[in-house]
Design a protein around this ligand. Structure first.
Ligand code: ZN
Length: 188
């Protein structure tokens, strides 16, 4: 916050409730109280984020769309810095939601290529929204993905198309285990 002194009382810093009736001092005091309340509220807000279990159909569809290069995922990134570059929304979410994600790392972060923004970052697409796969649903989706990739190989010349490189998970406890989501005290 800026200097907490008004023009008329340059020697008095508004750290406590003003004793004078100076409107400028009081305006600063009110603003200071409001800002402190905003920060307190932000830090104490409870996230309403939850992982909803995906249906089998949804997991199959996601697996097929990944196998056919219609969906970009956090697994296409080499590290969490790239993940947050591709999904900048991860750093702009509410503090409580970022805390939720850091404490409950998603199994996969993904978006459809058709929703990519016009610009690319380091050759990777960028999205203004992101979908989250529950960590519990990840193994099931991976099993479907294996089948989908095998099915895809029957239909297209995989060598010519270039294989979907999703085998290398992001280092960490899970695919998104190292995520810090812009929180402090992280090692990015
Ligand atoms: Zn004053």
């Amino acid at each position: 916050m800026d200097e907490l002194t008004c023009d008329k009382h340059p020697q008095y810093e508004v750290k406590r409730k003003p004793r004078s009736m100076c409107p400028a001092c009081w305006a600063m005091w009110d603003a200071k109280v409001a800002e402190e309340k905003r920060i307190w509220d932000e830090e104490h807000k409870v996230s309403s984020m939850r992982y909803h279990p995906a249906t089998d159909g949804a997991l199959k569809e996601l697996a097929w769309n990944i196998a056919t290069d219609q969906v970009f995922t956090s697994r296409h990134c080499r590290n969490m810095v790239e993940v947050t570059m591709c999904f900048p929304v991860l750093l702009m979410m509410e503090l409580c939601d970022r805390k939720f994600l850091a404490a409950n790392p998603p199994g996969l972060i993904w978006a459809a290529y058709k929703d990519a923004g016009p610009r690319a970052v380091n050759g990777l697409p960028m999205f203004w929204s992101a979908q989250f796969l529950s960590p519990d649903d990840l193994p099931k989706m991976e099993a479907y993905l294996k089948k989908a990739l095998a099915d895809r190989a029957k239909w297209v010349d995989v060598d010519q198309q270039g294989p979907v490189d999703i085998d290398e998970p992001i280092p960490g406890t899970g695919p998104c285990g190292e995520a810090n989501f812009g929180l402090e005290g992280s090692s990015e």
